[in-house]
Design a binder for this molecule. Structure first.
Ligand SMILES: [Zn+2]
Length: 174
C-alpha cells in the first residue's frame, strides 16, 4: 500500500525536514506554505466573524509553517519518520500518515500511469547570478523544465533539461 505522508513544520525547519526526508529516500514531494495555530495556542480563542478581524488575527498570531507531502510505500514509512524525528529533535512538528486507496495520474496525452516525474522545489543559499547577493535561490524542476529564481532580486532563469529519466524507457541517453 502507498501512504500519503504529511509533515507539518515551522518554516525555519523546512531545510532540516527536507534533508531528512531526502536522506530517508523519498523520491518526490510537494510543499504548501500555510499559516497555522496549534491546538494549545488556539485554545480559548474566539474571533469576531467579520473578515477583517479574522484575517488580522491570523496575521498576528498564526505561525508561518510548511506542509511537506510525499507519497511513499508503506514499508518505508517508519524509516522516514525516524529520520524526521532525529533531524527535528526538540522542534515542533506534526506528521500524518494517510493510507491511499488509489492513485490515478493522467498526463493528458497517453493512458494513465502511476509513475510520473515529480515536481521538485528546492532551496539553496548561493550567490545569485544576477544581483550577486548570497541569497536563497529557489529551484523548481517540473518534468524537463527547470526554473531557478532569486528570493532577493526576483531574477529567474529557465532551463530545459535534456535528459529526463523515465522508468522503463532508455531513449535520450545519459
Ligand atoms: Zn538575485
Amino acid at each position: 500500500m502507498k501512504v500519503h505522508l504529511r509533515v507539518f513544520v515551522e518554516i525555519e525547519n523546512l531545510g532540516k525536514a527536507m534533508n531528512a526526508l531526502t536522506d530517508a529516500g523519498i523520491t518526490g514531494f510537494y510543499i504548501l506554505e500555510y499559516k497555522g495555530m496549534s491546538p494549545q495556542d488556539w485554545k480559548g480563542f474566539s474571533i469576531k466573524e467579520d473578515p477583517k478581524s479574522a484575517i488580522g488575527m491570523i496575521r498576528d498570531y498564526a505561525t508561518d509553517a510548511v506542509l511537506i507531502c510525499s507519497v511513499v510505500d508503506e514499508e518505508r514509512v517508519d524509516g522516514i519518520i525516524e529520520s524526521v524525528e532525529e533531524a527535528l529533535k526538540g522542534e515542533k512538528y506534526t506528521i500524518l500518515e494517510v493510507p491511499i486507496r488509489k492513485i490515478i495520474v493522467s498526463n493528458g496525452k497517453h493512458e494513465a500511469k502511476e509513475d510520473r516525474a515529480e515536481t521538485w522545489l528546492l532551496e539553496k543559499e548561493v550567490p545569485c547570478f544576477y544581483c550577486g547577493e548570497n541569497a536563497v535561490q529557489r529551484i523548481r524542476i517540473d518534468m524537463n523544465k527547470g526554473k531557478i529564481w532569486c528570493t532577493n532580486c526576483g531574477a529567474a532563469r529557465y532551463y530545459t533539461l535534456k535528459t529526463v529519466e523515465v522508468p522503463g524507457k532508455s531513449e535520450g541517453g545519459k
